[in-house]
Design a protein around this ligand. Structure first.
Ligand SMILES: Cc1ncc(COP(=O)(O)O)c(C=O)c1O
Length: 408
């Protein structure tokens, strides 16, 4: 393959014009939209209106007038379309970590008498930490097992199976329908972390009969740094699931100022405190951007970009100590690709200095995200050429690339 072949793929790309929807710096090949999605251009006018008119002029009346109070459900309803859920099953709230805690605790409330939670070793660490904290407080047992042992560990005592649909490091995808069915067969509930799924490969929560799910707003949904997260509760569990964070926004009548808590009968019961309106507004711009294209086109192009990257790296960078992490078959992966390298941290820093932005995950993983809305095949080609140069010249050995920053 030569660069012209990659350019030809871009000419036929149905998503080639969606790049205009984003602000991207010149001279940068951004391969980290799986960690922090770039800013959609629609955020600028949206924020100007929100800051100058809604907040600036209309002040507190905007809670009613501008629909601020309904924003968590409105934007949740839009995210629902990207993950195969009903609009009434998704709400925007808190962070992924906090939502995971709320829903895992809720799952224990739905399965009284069962005290075991099962998850995967090597799952994103916050997921395991949160489950550990919950298990300690709730008197539950947490089993953290290698991927191959997860399904076998689900038993009559299991209340909840919690897994990340697209693995944060390997990008390996679980078969959502099959795993959910396996959990249900043994009477357990299934909670999915969709942080690397929403806006990337998509999924069908309703089709899989998934019980619960959480996910990030700042990755493929382009909601901005620290964007609020989303959560999903299947309609059949709403009304019955308890929440450990029984705040006033989850009350059936928040402005009745009743002396005791009485949960909303629907997805609003998962809200806790006042919604972060600035964050939700930016997230809505990101979600609207995704709704302007077809999810199938996004997933197909993303897989084509990942496939090209894997093939080019293995061909053009052979012999430089890179090992693919995760499946080679793009049908079994999400939209990031990781290669292990003994000098992974320094290698990623050297690439960033050359304008190719990926990230590093301990202990040795160089991770690159392929976000179809603004990346083309020619950029994948260029990124691999720069990677090859950095490896061949051993530019990554320079001391300035070895000092670890707080965020990797
Ligand atoms: C799978 C997964 N879950 C959760 C998180 C982070 O959650 P939070 O937004 O609460 O920091 C990440 C962040 O990268 C992630 O990859």
């Amino acid at each position: 393959m030569i660069r012209a072949d990659a350019e030809a793929l871009d000419r036929d790309d149905p998503l080639r014009r969606s790049r205009e929807l984003f602000e991207l710096p010149k001279g940068v090949i951004y391969l980290d939209g799986n960690s922090l999605g770039p800013i959609p251009r629609s955020v600028y006018p949206t924020m100007e209106d929100l800051l100058l008119r809604q907040w600036g002029q209309d002040l507190i009346t905007s809670w009613n007038k501008a629909g601020w109070i309904e924003a968590p459900q409105r934007v949740g309803g839009k995210i629902a379309r990207l993950i195969g859920a009903r609009a009434t099953e998704v709400v925007v709230a808190d962070s992924t970590s906090v939502n995971l805690y709320k829903l895992a605790a809720g799952a224990l409330s739905l399965r009284p008498g069962r005290r075991k939670i099962v998850t995967e070793a090597g799952n994103f660490h916050t997921d395991v930490y949160v489950l550990e904290g919950l298990a300690r407080l709730a008197g539950a047992t947490l089993e953290v097992l290698p991927r191959a042992e997860v399904l076998g560990a689900i038993g009559d005592d299991t209340a909840l199976v919690m897994l990340t649909h697209v693995h944060y490091a390997t990008a390996e995808v679980w078969d959502m329908a099959a795993v959910t069915a396996a959990a249900h067969d043994r009477g357990a509930l299934m909670l999915w972390d969709l942080s690397h799924t929403a806006g990337a490969v998509g999924c069908d929560l309703n089709g899989a009969r998934a019980d619960l799910a959480v996910g990030c707003g700042y990755k493929h949904l382009n909601g901005g740094p620290g964007a609020p997260a989303f959560l999903y509760v299947a309609e059949r569990h709403q009304g019955a699931i308890a929440t450990p964070l029984s705040g006033w926004m989850g009350h059936a009548a928040p402005f009745a100022f009743e002396p005791r808590y009485s949960p909303a009968p629907d997805i609003r019961a998962q809200l806790c405190g006042t919604p972060p309106i600035l964050g939700i507004a930016a997230l809505e711009c990101g979600v609207d951007t995704h709704l302007s294209v077809t999810p199938q086109a996004v997933a197909a192009k993303g897989r084509s970009l990942c496939d090209l990257f894997i093939r080019l790296v293995e061909d053009r960078c052979a012999g430089y100590g890179l090992t693919l992490v995760g499946p080679r078959d793009v049908a079994r992966r999400g939209l990031h690709v990781s290669f292990a390298h003994a000098d992974g941290y320094a290698l990623v820093q050297a690439l960033i200095a050359r304008g190719v932005i990926g990230d590093f995950r301990d202990p040795d993983i160089c991770r690159f995200g392929f976000t179809p809305l603004y990346l083309g095949h020619a950029e994948v080609w260029d990124a691999v050429e720069i990677l090859r140069e950095v490896l061949a010249s051993r530019a990554f050995e320079r001391p300035e690339f070895r000092t670890r920053a707080a965020v990797t």
